[in-house]
Design a protein around this ligand. Structure first.
Ligand code: HEC
Ligand code: HEC
Ligand code: HEC
Ligand code: HEC
Ligand code: HEC
Ligand code: HEC
Ligand code: HEC
Ligand code: HEC
Ligand code: HEC
Ligand code: HEC
Length: 314
């Protein structure tokens, strides 16, 4: 008798083992498998709102684009709350935090599982390069930045977006307090004017392929074309400027003459009293004394369109 039972048990284990992987294969991705263990409760948002409608931290979603029932692409136009939280029939009947409720609860779902819920609707557009991006690789979830149950997501508002980014990016926060800075703290420029936090084909999550193309979106007059170009300006603006903030005026990485003398010799210039002579140590001292304001004369430092602008002085 016992032997027969054991055989039967063994058989069921074997057959289960045969069936389970097959079942798992039919689910969309392993990441969302947990959410699909439960059946959907159905009935859309009203099913959930029976219990959750009065909660201050839940109901503001009703004022967002996600709750537009007339939009067939929106969660409320589809399965309602379950479009994000996953099929939750067991949760509804048990009235407890059943694990299948994605995003919150005792077994708070994995980052991959949560992101999959959002990406089913938001894969394209700005998220085209999400996979493999710096934030994705560092295990960030969409809702590390986005707050869903509020009438206006703070990360989408110019005045409040930087604070969200600053929670992790302390260096940029420090830069924003420096004497010269892009008016990010003032709410005129935002991180997402220059960066796409969802991923980018170029470096540093920049919205354009090159640094200069990013800068040109606002500083168009620097694009040219110019008759007389200053080579480092064509190469990269951040050779001389630090994008987030600097203790030097005009976001400069250094003040002149030191900035200019990184590349230009400090001897033989007409602006120095010892022009043309070669007394190395002394000349260096004099150049700094007499010609510290290189841009006082070389005013067209980004390039010139004057026929006589070869030396960037006009
Ligand atoms: C019959 C009442 C009831 C219904 C219907 C119901 N819930 Fe809940 N839900 C609860 C209770 C009770 C809790 C536990 C609350 C707590 O611990 O603060 C909860 C917790 C949750 C949580 C986790 C909150 C947290 O703080 O961890 C989520 C998410 C959630 N419910 C979503 C849903 C969704 C989505 C639906 C519809 C499919 C739904 N609920 C339907 C009663 C309900
Ligand atoms: C667009 C996706 C989305 C939809 C639709 C959605 N939620 Fe949520 N919900 C989330 C996310 C994400 C969280 C985690 C908290 C956060 O990051 O804002 C959450 C959190 C919650 C919580 C826990 C709140 C807390 O902070 O303790 C409850 C309860 C909840 N949702 C219920 C609902 C109910 C009920 C509905 C339908 C009326 C609903 N959700 C619709 C994405 C969604
Ligand atoms: C069932 C599809 C669906 C799901 C799931 C979904 N969204 Fe959306 N989402 C939409 C639609 C539709 C809009 C409104 C149309 C638009 O602006 O593209 C929208 C708008 C947004 C917006 C802009 C809101 C605004 O105020 O302008 C953000 C941000 C967003 N979703 C993030 C998320 C995140 C994060 C998740 C996962 C927690 C998520 N969505 C899940 C369909 C969805
Ligand atoms: C590092 C923070 C961060 C993360 C992580 C993040 N977002 Fe965003 N998201 C933003 C910011 C900032 C904006 C505003 C972008 C803009 O205005 O150009 C935005 C805008 C959006 C919008 C509305 C604009 C549009 O594309 O129509 C959607 C939808 C959205 N995000 C979905 C997602 C989804 C889905 C994920 C997860 C895969 C995600 N986001 C992860 C910061 C983030
Ligand atoms: C939860 C923490 C967190 C938040 C919030 C966050 N980031 Fe990040 N960010 C990271 C991590 C971790 C990395 C990858 C590590 C690194 O390269 O420094 C990263 C990388 C980056 C990079 C690329 C750095 C590089 O060297 O390639 C940029 C740009 C960036 N984040 C901008 C933003 C912006 C803009 C926001 C707000 C919309 C934001 N981040 C919000 C954690 C965060
Ligand atoms: C005016 C455009 C601009 C704005 C606004 C801006 N950035 Fe940047 N950011 C850049 C450029 C350009 C780089 C590339 C710097 C480099 O390659 O050395 C960069 C690099 C970064 C890096 C990588 C730093 C490193 O040393 O590798 C992070 C992180 C970052 N930015 C975060 C932010 C955050 C957070 C905000 C908002 C507070 C922000 N940025 C606003 C242009 C900008
Ligand atoms: C979203 C638009 C925008 C982008 C993109 C942008 N800037 Fe700016 N920039 C501004 C604004 C606005 C100011 C402030 C103008 C003012 O105060 O009159 C400014 C000011 C400056 C200043 C002068 C700062 C001062 O103290 O007077 C420099 C230098 C500068 N930007 C360089 C750059 C560089 C380099 C880039 C590319 C990495 C860049 N900007 C990208 C909008 C932008
Ligand atoms: C060789 C160094 C150098 C490079 C490279 C450079 N700049 Fe400048 N930039 C300066 C100096 C020096 C000043 C200060 C001029 C002054 O004080 O009159 C300045 C000032 C500025 C200003 C504020 C004053 C004005 O002219 O509007 C902006 C904006 C600016 N630069 C943008 C850019 C952009 C965009 C790029 C890339 C296309 C760039 N810079 C590349 C050296 C440089
Ligand atoms: C990153 C290196 C670099 C920096 C920093 C730099 N320059 Fe230049 N500069 C060059 C190069 C390269 C040329 C082109 C030289 C050539 O064509 O022989 C040039 C050309 C010039 C010219 C035109 C004269 C000529 O020989 O063509 C002037 C004037 C000039 N720079 C002034 C300055 C001033 C003033 C500063 C500081 C605000 C400065 N440069 C910063 C690299 C630099
Ligand atoms: C008093 C005005 C003035 C000042 C200050 C000045 N320059 Fe000049 N610079 C000129 C003029 C004018 C020329 C044209 C060439 C000539 O006549 O020698 C020139 C030519 C140049 C050239 C191209 C010729 C060469 O000698 O290679 C460079 C590079 C240059 N300056 C860099 C600088 C740097 C770097 C500084 C700051 C340390 C500086 N200049 C300060 C007026 C000035």
């Amino acid at each position: 008798m016992r032997a027969i039972l054991n055989v039967a048990l063994l058989c069921s284990v074997v057959s289960l083992a045969g069936i389970l992987p097959a079942a798992a294969q039919t689910t969309a991705t392993p990441a969302v498998a947990a959410a699909q263990v439960q059946a959907p409760a159905g009935g859309g948002a009203p099913t959930c709102l029976k219990c959750h409608s009065t909660e201050a931290k839940v109901s503001p979603i009703l004022q967002t684009p996600h709750a537009v029932k007339g939009d067939p692409h929106s969660p409320f136009g589809q399965e309602g709350c379950e479009a994000c939280h996953g099929p939750s029939a067991a949760h509804v009947t048990s009235r407890k935090n059943e694990p299948a409720v994605v995003f919150k609860g005792p077994s708070t779902s994995s980052v991959a599982e949560r992101n999959q819920q959002c990406l089913t609707c938001h894969q394209s557009g700005l998220r085209m390069n999400w996979q493999g991006s710096q934030h994705q690789r560092n295990d960030m979830a969409c809702n590390d930045c986005h707050t869903i149950h509020v009438s206006k997501d703070p990360v989408l508002v110019k005045a409040t977006q930087p604070e969200k980014c600053f929670t992790c990016h302390k260096e940029q926060r420090a830069d924003s307090f420096k004497f010269s800075h892009h008016p990010v703290r003032e709410g005129l420029v935002v991180c997402s004017d220059c960066h796409n936090p969802h991923g980018a084909p170029g470096p540093k999550l920049l919205k354009e392929f090159t640094v200069n193309d990013v800068c040109f979106t606002c500083h168009m007059e620097k694009r040219g074309p110019l008759l007389w170009e200053h080579q480092p300006v064509r190469e990269s603006c951040i050779t001389c400027h630090s994008p987030h903030g600097s203790t030097q005026a005009r976001l400069l990485v250094q003040r002149s003459p030191y900035l200019c003398q990184e590349c230009h010799a400090n001897s033989g210039h007409q602006a120095t009293p010892l022009a043309g002579q070669s007394l190395p140590g002394q000349i260096a001292a004099n150049v700094r004394l007499m010609a510290r304001g290189c841009v006082n004369c070389h005013t067209q430092i980004h390039g010139s369109n004057s026929p006589n602008g070869a030396f960037l002085t006009r």
